[in-house]
Structure formats: C-alpha cells, structure tokens
Design a protein around this ligand. Structure first.
Ligand code: F6P
Length: 323
C-alpha cells in the first residue's frame, strides 16, 4: 500500500480533525502518501482530492468541524456516482480508504467495496454514539459536555423562576446524548426514543406532587423521541398541567461544534493511527472501535446491521437519582 485516501462524511463531529491528523501523521511515519478527499463522498464523485502532508495537519487537533469538510451525498448513492468516484481514486493511485463517519457512511463504503474491492477502514465519527462495535464514537463526549454546560446555565434561570424546562438535544434515532447529558446535568426526566413509556412516567411524576419536593425541573428530550420534539412535548404537557408554563430550549447544532474534549482527541488519535496500520496489514471492510479500552475490529457489515445496545442501567440510574 503506497497511497491512501481519507475523508469525513455525514454530520461533522468534534475530533474529526484529530483523526485526520492521526491518519496523516501515522501514514507519513510509514512512508505512505495520504490524499484528503474534500466534502466527503460528494467530493470523491467530483474529484476534490489533494495530497495532505504532515504540515497540513498542524494546529488542527484542537479544532472542531472538519478541515476536509463533509456532505451527505445523493450522487454517491447512484452507480454512476460510484463509478466516477472509483475513476477519480484510480487517477490518484489511491489503494485504500479511511472513512471517518457514521453508519450511513459505513453503508455507502460497504457497497463501494463490494463493487470495486477497494480496501476500506471505518473510524466512527458522529456525536450520536450509535455505532455498534465501539463504546464511544468520536465527538460524543464533546457533545455531551456542550449540553451539560448549557443545562447548567438553564438550571440557574429555571431555579430563579420555578420553571419547568424542556431541553431538546440531538439524536434522531439515538438517545445516547440525552441519556449521558441527563445523568451528568442532574435532569429530572429524560425522554428518548429507546424508552416508550417515558412520557407517561413524566406525567405521573408531576401528578404525584406529594413525592415531588422540587420547585423547578429540567427535562431532557432527544429530538427523536416517539412523543415528538421538545416543543410538541411541552405543548402536550401544558394541556395536562395548565398551571405550569413550561419553557423550551432547543440546543441544535451547537452540539456538533466546538473544540473536542481530551477524550475525543485521544479516541480519534488512536483510531486514526490504527486505521493506517490496518490498511498496511491488509485488513479491509472493518469498522474500528474501542471497547473496554481495547482496540476492536468489527466487520463493516456487522457494524451496519447491528444496533448498539442501549444502556438501561444508566437509564435506571438516572431515574433513581432524580427522585
Ligand atoms: O448524525 C448526527 C446528527 O447530529 C444527529 O444527531 C442529527 O439528528 C442530525 O445529525 C442532524 O443532521 P443535519 O444537520 O443534516 O440536519
């Protein structure tokens, strides 16, 4: 293997730059050339490919976003788009790929590998922490810290006015950010897609006033909760408790930005360097991860087809501590 390509794909996540840096620096150590593919899979289709050298990744470990930029490409989903992409990779002599992204990007890579047999290694980059085969994904820790910082501020005003706050966090299909930020911000309730009776439980809690000595409440809502988003849920809640005036804060994309936490930088650095070694070793179609602090290799297909287990112990812990 003499030349590899690296790209970031799907929603950006803090720590993607640290991962790109690790891929480039580890490759340079092993005398492999690295090509950066800009704007994710769309950039592969459009031939936005250029050599990355060690100095190109200086001073990026602390930066959020991705210097390579990202996209959710429709064109890559077509056979013509993939054909063009392979042609572009061939023109640059690229023999293997490191894909930093989420499960959608992994699925695209599986098809690509099947059609053209190009070796692919995936590094899990998404704030959602919803990828099978790794305890954490790159960006998740930072996103949770961003939410906690925001909720700490909301808590001040909630307490001052005896308010109920519904705080919406990201996670269309995953309640991981809601769960971890809910525990670490001391939320009273957490509403997320993996638990179906959570809204009814919330209503019960508020009806059971004698047990509730609280004067204000923080409810964390994952955007993908089956009851709806935070605005819809707060409206429904208001119908049950007209005497309360719930407030809503939607944290939105601030969760995807900002300097990566130390944990995300370390995870990203480990995985980026390991991806290069994996390609050198002739491994292909693997999703990298860290489980119990050990590096793991999960076949891409398995990573795509399996759902990461939801941590019900954590959910129960949040319930116990919120009483
Ligand atoms: O996949 C990461 C994520 O941030 C999800 O949590 C969120 O639902 C989605 O991306 C939002 O994506 P977009 O910015 O494309 O609307």
């Amino acid at each position: 293997m003499k030349r590899i390509g690296v790209f970031t794909s799907g929603g950006d996540a803090p720590g993607m730059n640290a991962c790109i840096r690790a891929v480039v620096r580890a490759s340079c150590q092993r005398e492999i050339e690295v090509y950066g593919i800009r704007e994710g899979l769309q950039g592969m289709v459009e031939n936005k490919i250029a050599l990355l050298q060690t100095q190109d990744v200086a001073n990026i470990i602390q930066r959020g976003g991705t210097i390579l930029q990202s996209s959710r490409s429709k064109e890559f989903k077509t056979p013509t788009g993939r054909e063009k992409s392979m042609q572009n990779l061939k023109t640059h002599g690229i023999e293997g790929l490191v894909c930093i992204g989420g499960d959608g990007s992994y699925a695209a890579m599986k098809v690509f590998n099947k059609e053209f047999s190009i070796p692919v290694i995936g590094c899990p980059g998404t704030i959602d922490n919803d990828i099978y085969g790794t305890d954490f994904t790159i960006g998740f820790d930072t996103a949770v810290n961003t939410v906690v910082e925001a909720v700490d501020k909301i808590r001040d005003t909630a307490e001052s006015h005896n308010n109920v706050f519904f705080v919406e966090v990201m996670g269309r299909h995953s309640g991981a950010i809601a769960l971890y930020s809910g525990i670490s911000s001391g939320a009273e309730s957490i509403l997320l897609p993996e638990v179906t009776n959570d809204y009814d439980d919330l209503i019960l809690k508020f009806k059971n006033k004698s047990k509730r000595k609280k004067r204000f409440s923080i409810v964390i809502v994952a955007e993908g909760d089956e009851e709806g988003n935070a605005i819809q849920i707060a409206n429904k809640f208001k119908n049950s408790f007209p005497e309360l005036s719930p407030k809503v804060t939607v944290l939105g994309h601030i969760q995807r930005g900002g300097a990566p936490s130390a944990n995300d930088r370390i995870l990203a650095s480990r995985l980026g360097a390991a991806a290069v070694e994996a390609l050198i070793d002739g491994k292909t179609n693997f999703a990298l991860g860290v489980v119990d602090n050990n590096l793991t290799f999960t076949p891409l297909e398995k990573a795509i087809n399996n759902k990461k287990e939801f941590n019900f112990d954590f959910y129960n812990l949040a319930e116990i501590l919120s009483l």
